[in-house]
Write a new protein. Structure first.
Length: 278
């Protein structure tokens, strides 16, 4: 279990062996984090944060009091989950053990659901640099200026815009999907909070009522913001990795933690440049 102390409006988290900042913040599950000289900065849930990992392993969250830590960042960084237990369970399979060791310290973030839905709609057939650019333009044009950074605009705000107004995003075909999602969420047709409490398959079906949301985007939203750790987002890369590494079937020991295992597999396969003939 991690330890945390608060000094000078900063939170100091120790005994966090399973928390690597680059692996967690730059692995494709969130798009508003950037690194400068070892310090990461970004925003979530209407809060700005800077954080870094010191040489002794302590993770420092700057400008964070005890209340903000407990109500926002503790859940966001999934700090109450014991990842060593997850790794022990999936390590019955040697390949998964290797993947977990290679991708050490990844934590699955618990993000704000509307932002996650919108972000992964934008991510379709897109690269990280362009995804971040579109999201930055979305925040700068329609979010609230907080004096140096911008909040993520609400579904209600986006639902009141036209496709012409969304043209400033330069998001192409995705604009109509963003608008449809905003209208369905703000109008109550899709209740994102309720999706946390229903079976994964049912929640996936609900999300896929949104124009342009297929199984992969739906599973990203389920995993990265709605607490469904059994969701397993599959793109072309993951499907290929699954065939090469596991013959297409996730080892049984990993099924309860499928989404976390997916992060290890994705990172391992991407960085080792896995090829179909390996």
């Amino acid at each position: 279990m991690f330890k945390v102390k608060f000094e000078n409006n900063n939170a100091y988290i120790s005994d966090m062996g399973d928390f690597d900042l680059p692996h967690t913040l730059d692995c494709g599950q969130a798009f508003r984090w950037e690194e400068t000289d070892g310090r990461w900065h970004g925003a979530a849930f209407g809060r700005y944060l800077e954080l870094e990992k010191l040489n002794d392993g302590t993770v420092v969250l700057y400008g964070t009091d005890e209340n903000t830590f407990n109500t926002v960042w503790r859940s966001y960084f999934d700090l109450d989950r014991d990842y060593s237990e997850v790794i022990a369970a999936i390590s019955e399979n040697e390949t998964l053990k290797n993947a977990a060791e290679y991708a050490h310290g990844i934590r699955v973030l618990n993000q704000e659901p509307w932002e996650t839905l919108c972000s992964f709609i934008i991510s379709q057939n897109n690269n990280i640099k362009r995804i971040k650019g579109i999201i930055n333009r979305l925040c700068e044009n329609f979010g609230q200026d907080m004096g140096g950074w911008y909040t993520f605009p609400s579904a209600e705000k986006i639902a009141g815009l036209s496709l012409d107004e969304l043209g400033v995003l330069r998001s192409g075909f995705r604009a109509k999907y963003i608008l449809d999602a905003a209208k369905k969420v703000s109008g109550g047709e899709i209740d994102l909070e309720k999706l946390k409490t229903i079976p994964t398959d049912d929640a996936r079906k609900e999300l896929m009522k949104i124009t342009g949301v297929g199984p992969k985007v739906a599973d990203c939203v389920l995993l990265f913001s709605l607490g469904h750790t059994d969701a397993f987002p599959k793109d072309v890369w993951i499907k290929r990795a699954m065939e090469v590494l596991f013959g297409g079937e996730l080892p049984q020991a990993a099924v309860p933690y499928a989404g976390i295992a997916q992060q290890y597999i994705f990172f391992y396969a991407r960085d080792t440049k896995l090829s179909a003939d390996q």
